[in-house]
Write a protein that binds this ligand. Sequence first.
Ligand code: ZN
Length: 154
Amino acid sequence: MLPKRRTMTDAPTHEVRGGFPVHFHYTVGIVGEIFFNGLKEKKLLGVTCKECSTTYFPPRMYCEECFTELTDEEFKVLEQQGTIESFTKTYKDHRGNPLAEPYFLALIKIKGSDTVFFHRLINVDEPKIGMTVKPVWNETTKASLFDIVGFEPA
Ligand SMILES: [Zn+2]
Protein backbone atom coordinates (compact mmCIF):
# COMPACT_ATOMS: atom_id res chain seq x y z
CA MET A 1 0.00 0.00 0.00
CA LEU A 2 1.32 3.45 -0.96
CA PRO A 3 1.64 6.16 1.69
CA LYS A 4 -0.90 8.95 1.58
CA ARG A 5 0.23 11.57 -0.84
CA ARG A 6 0.99 14.97 0.60
CA THR A 7 -0.51 18.08 -0.88
CA MET A 8 0.91 21.57 -0.89
CA THR A 9 -1.46 22.58 1.90
CA ASP A 10 -0.42 19.96 4.45
CA ALA A 11 3.27 19.72 3.54
CA PRO A 12 5.70 21.08 6.11
CA THR A 13 7.28 24.30 4.97
CA HIS A 14 10.83 25.44 5.33
CA GLU A 15 12.07 28.95 5.45
CA VAL A 16 15.63 29.85 4.65
CA ARG A 17 16.61 33.40 5.46
CA GLY A 18 19.55 35.14 3.87
CA GLY A 19 20.71 37.60 1.28
CA PHE A 20 21.02 36.96 -2.42
CA PRO A 21 23.20 39.63 -4.02
CA VAL A 22 22.55 40.16 -7.71
CA HIS A 23 24.50 42.67 -9.73
CA PHE A 24 23.61 43.34 -13.34
CA HIS A 25 23.72 45.93 -16.08
CA TYR A 26 20.48 46.74 -17.81
CA THR A 27 20.69 47.71 -21.47
CA VAL A 28 18.20 50.32 -22.54
CA GLY A 29 17.78 48.83 -26.01
CA ILE A 30 17.72 50.43 -29.44
CA VAL A 31 14.90 52.87 -28.74
CA GLY A 32 16.14 53.68 -25.24
CA GLU A 33 19.55 54.52 -26.67
CA ILE A 34 17.99 57.09 -29.00
CA PHE A 35 15.80 58.47 -26.20
CA PHE A 36 18.67 58.88 -23.74
CA ASN A 37 20.99 60.38 -26.35
CA GLY A 38 18.21 62.88 -27.02
CA LEU A 39 18.18 63.81 -23.33
CA LYS A 40 21.94 64.37 -23.53
CA GLU A 41 21.20 66.98 -26.22
CA LYS A 42 18.36 68.38 -24.08
CA LYS A 43 15.78 67.11 -26.57
CA LEU A 44 12.54 65.29 -25.82
CA LEU A 45 12.32 62.62 -28.52
CA GLY A 46 9.04 60.89 -29.20
CA VAL A 47 7.92 58.41 -31.80
CA THR A 48 4.67 58.26 -33.76
CA CYS A 49 3.14 55.04 -35.03
CA LYS A 50 2.53 55.22 -38.80
CA GLU A 51 -0.43 52.85 -38.55
CA CYS A 52 -2.54 54.37 -35.75
CA SER A 53 -0.86 57.78 -35.17
CA THR A 54 -0.25 57.19 -31.46
CA THR A 55 2.75 59.27 -30.31
CA TYR A 56 4.86 57.88 -27.50
CA PHE A 57 7.05 59.73 -25.07
CA PRO A 58 9.25 58.10 -24.00
CA PRO A 59 9.40 56.24 -27.32
CA ARG A 60 8.65 52.52 -27.60
CA MET A 61 10.05 49.84 -29.88
CA TYR A 62 6.53 48.60 -30.68
CA CYS A 63 3.19 50.37 -30.70
CA GLU A 64 1.17 49.29 -27.68
CA GLU A 65 -2.08 49.96 -29.57
CA CYS A 66 -1.54 48.07 -32.83
CA PHE A 67 1.81 46.25 -32.32
CA THR A 68 3.49 47.96 -35.27
CA GLU A 69 7.28 48.08 -34.98
CA LEU A 70 8.37 51.69 -34.51
CA THR A 71 11.63 52.44 -36.28
CA ASP A 72 14.11 55.21 -35.66
CA GLU A 73 12.84 57.01 -38.82
CA GLU A 74 9.74 58.04 -36.88
CA PHE A 75 11.48 59.84 -34.02
CA LYS A 76 10.67 63.51 -33.64
CA VAL A 77 11.63 66.31 -31.28
CA LEU A 78 8.70 67.26 -29.07
CA GLU A 79 8.09 70.66 -27.52
CA GLN A 80 9.66 71.44 -24.17
CA GLN A 81 6.26 71.57 -22.56
CA GLY A 82 3.74 69.25 -20.98
CA THR A 83 0.73 69.05 -18.71
CA ILE A 84 0.37 67.41 -15.32
CA GLU A 85 -1.98 64.43 -15.62
CA SER A 86 -1.56 63.28 -12.01
CA PHE A 87 0.76 63.93 -9.11
CA THR A 88 1.62 62.87 -5.58
CA LYS A 89 3.73 64.23 -2.77
CA THR A 90 6.33 61.81 -1.46
CA TYR A 91 7.68 61.85 2.06
CA LYS A 92 9.92 58.77 1.86
CA ASP A 93 12.70 57.57 -0.41
CA HIS A 94 12.57 54.30 -2.37
CA ARG A 95 13.83 52.41 0.70
CA GLY A 96 11.13 53.85 2.95
CA ASN A 97 13.41 56.28 4.78
CA PRO A 98 11.89 59.67 5.62
CA LEU A 99 13.00 62.48 3.31
CA ALA A 100 14.45 65.66 4.78
CA GLU A 101 12.40 67.58 2.21
CA PRO A 102 9.23 66.02 0.69
CA TYR A 103 8.73 66.57 -3.03
CA PHE A 104 6.16 66.09 -5.78
CA LEU A 105 6.24 63.36 -8.43
CA ALA A 106 4.00 63.65 -11.47
CA LEU A 107 2.75 61.93 -14.56
CA ILE A 108 3.37 64.47 -17.32
CA LYS A 109 2.00 64.35 -20.84
CA ILE A 110 4.51 66.03 -23.11
CA LYS A 111 2.83 68.23 -25.74
CA GLY A 112 2.34 66.22 -28.91
CA SER A 113 2.45 62.83 -27.20
CA ASP A 114 -0.38 60.52 -26.20
CA THR A 115 1.38 58.94 -23.24
CA VAL A 116 2.65 60.09 -19.85
CA PHE A 117 6.12 60.42 -18.42
CA PHE A 118 7.03 60.13 -14.73
CA HIS A 119 9.26 62.81 -13.25
CA ARG A 120 9.73 65.20 -10.36
CA LEU A 121 8.01 68.58 -10.03
CA ILE A 122 10.13 71.50 -8.85
CA ASN A 123 9.56 75.16 -8.01
CA VAL A 124 5.90 74.58 -7.32
CA ASP A 125 4.00 74.69 -4.01
CA GLU A 126 0.56 73.65 -5.21
CA PRO A 127 0.58 71.61 -8.42
CA LYS A 128 -2.72 71.16 -10.25
CA ILE A 129 -3.88 68.60 -12.77
CA GLY A 130 -3.78 70.27 -16.18
CA MET A 131 -1.03 72.70 -15.14
CA THR A 132 1.46 73.44 -17.93
CA VAL A 133 5.05 72.58 -17.05
CA LYS A 134 8.43 72.65 -18.74
CA PRO A 135 11.62 70.69 -18.12
CA VAL A 136 14.52 72.25 -16.24
CA TRP A 137 17.76 70.78 -17.57
CA ASN A 138 21.02 70.24 -15.78
CA GLU A 139 23.81 72.36 -17.17
CA THR A 140 25.81 69.25 -18.03
CA THR A 141 24.00 66.20 -19.34
CA LYS A 142 25.03 62.55 -19.52
CA ALA A 143 22.17 60.70 -21.23
CA SER A 144 20.22 60.10 -18.02
CA LEU A 145 16.70 60.76 -16.74
CA PHE A 146 18.44 63.05 -14.26
CA ASP A 147 19.56 65.31 -17.11
CA ILE A 148 16.19 66.82 -16.34
CA VAL A 149 16.27 68.28 -12.81
CA GLY A 150 12.49 68.33 -12.82
CA PHE A 151 9.49 70.04 -14.38
CA GLU A 152 8.40 73.50 -13.26
CA PRO A 153 5.37 75.61 -14.11
CA ALA A 154 5.71 77.08 -17.62
ZN1 ZN B 1 0.01 51.88 -33.67
